[in-house]
Design a protein around this ligand. Structure first.
Ligand SMILES: [Zn+2]
Length: 368
């Protein structure tokens, strides 16, 4: 058994996921290392921030440097110097979110133009299984059709049908030794279609299951409502992965509804725009009010940036485009999100998630 629930609190769960490269404590936030790096950080720094697992991206690594290059160099762990667990996405999300690069979608797969050089590429379930086998990730994701928010019901129904068909094929495809494979359910917040997708995908008996196609532009209330009724439809004994949520409020909401894993570029991307995620809301360090501010980004933060550096200094670095500014904000933002997740986990273990969440949301309310 690769996954064990060790504590529950209402619908929320704490657990341990065992992979070929070690254990993942859940709930787990997965920092995104799209191109085999968490932008600006050394892998040891990411580990020291509290991350158990990283996410890599099949689309980008297939295009550059090539998954066969990475295979020749011993796989993605060896290539990027990260010895811990890695989950790779299938590339489906990138293909379907870069709508104007899609050339054709049919029942066999999807053809698109690479964002790197415009070359013609094709992803099929067998193809993305082979890419992820070359990368030797601990967890491979199935190729799915992820439509944007607001598509017609007919399009949503076709996405569910193709996602199941592709999952059946990928389930039968070769994988790296010991590699876990997760199925992805679609259907947006449509109860009938999502339920159908969950029934079809869970019948294939994967190692874990994702809610895909949520948090793709629909109102947050719809996202959370769908998560609330959909998560309990997934098997209790398998990890549940919500694809694409990484703000503190969102994390607490999906954890409360029984989600075990999540990822998002938000903490790292926000850092690159010069903003810090804090318990007092989001701080834009470019703002002149921080010019003489001697305080750390967040008084309660234990990260390497807050241990030594002032808002005024980081503001100066950001405004002068000094690379250290990006690094310090990335360290802080990832620590913040990982710390919120760790505190949620500890609260589940003591049966106090509801009160922790209430206090956290009160604190996180934007300061006016
Ligand atoms: Zn900090």
């Amino acid at each position: 058994m690769s996954f064990q629930v060790t504590a529950t609190d209402g619908a929320a769960r704490a657990g341990i996921l065992r992979t070929p490269h070690g254990e993942v404590r859940t709930p787990a936030f997965m920092p995104v290392g799209t191109k085999a790096a968490v932008k600006t950080l050394h892998p040891d720094e990411v580990r020291d921030l509290g991350a158990d697992i990283l996410l890599g991206n099949s689309y980008h690594l297939h295009c550059r440097p090539g998954d066969e290059v990475i295979e020749d160099l011993g796989g993605l762990h060896e290539f990027m110097g990260w010895g811990g667990p890695i989950l790779t996405d299938s590339g489906g999300f990138q293909v379907f979110s870069l709508l104007d690069t899609i050339l054709a979608v049919d029942d066999d797969g999807v053809t698109f133009r690479s964002v790197y050089d415009g070359s013609r590429e094709r992803f099929t379930p067998e193809g993305v299984a082979a890419i992820q086998a070359n990368l030797r990730s601990d967890i491979a994701m199935c190729l799915d059709v992820c439509p944007p928010a607001g598509v017609s019901r007919a399009d949503l129904e076709q996405a569910v049908r193709r996602t199941t068909h592709w999952a059946q094929r990928q389930r039968a495809a070769p994988r790296a030794p010991g590699q876990l494979v997760f199925g992805i359910t679609q259907g947006a917040s449509d109860r009938v279609l999502r339920t159908r997708s969950i029934e079809e995908i869970t019948a294939l008996d994967f190692d874990g299951y994702a809610l895909g196609g949520l948090s793709v532009g629909e109102p947050r209330a719809l996202t959370l409502d769908a998560t609330e009724w959909a998560a309990p439809l997934l098997p209790e004994g398998k990890p549940r992965y919500f694809m694409g949520i990484g703000d503190a409020e969102g994390i607490l909401e999906v954890v409360e509804r029984g989600i075990d894993m999540f990822d998002c570029v938000l903490p790292t991307r926000t850092a690159r725009t010069g903003s810090a995620l804090t318990w007092a809301g989001r701080l834009n360090l470019k703002n002149a009010r921080f010019a003489r501010d001697p305080d750390p980004l967040d008084a309660d933060c234990g990260c390497p940036a807050c241990a030594r550096f002032s808002r005024a200094y980081i503001r100066h670095l950001v405004n002068q485009e000094e690379l250290l500014g990006l690094r310090l904000l990335t360290l802080h933002n990832l620590y913040f999100v990982l710390d919120v997740t760790a505190q949620a986990r500890a609260s589940i273990e003591t049966g106090e998630l509801a009160s922790f969440k209430r206090r956290a949301l009160d604190r996180l309310a934007p300061v006016t």
